[in-house]
Design a protein around this ligand. Structure first.
Ligand SMILES: [Zn+2]
Length: 70
């Protein structure tokens, strides 16, 4: 769906994209889902997920935004 904009399950073409997959942190704070943090001091997200969702059937694809950084 990332390339082409067509759902591989139902052939739907109404694809929702979000650069952030919501997660919850301390104190129920909204954060973006990521593979890990860089280190305790810098605390930068590494491998943040983005998602593509078919609005017809709900099929979803997750991608890491910068996989070479892992
Ligand atoms: Zn679909």
């Amino acid at each position: 769906m990332k390339n082409g904009g067509v759902c591989p399950k139902c052939s739907g073409t109404d694809i929702y994209h979000s650069p952030c997959v919501m997660d919850r942190g301390e104190g129920n704070a909204a954060m973006c889902l990521a593979v890990r943090r860089s280190d305790p001091i810098e605390a930068r997200d590494v491998g943040r997920f983005e998602v593509y969702v078919c609005r017809k059937c709900g099929f979803s694809e997750l991608y890491v935004d910068n996989p070479g950084e892992l």
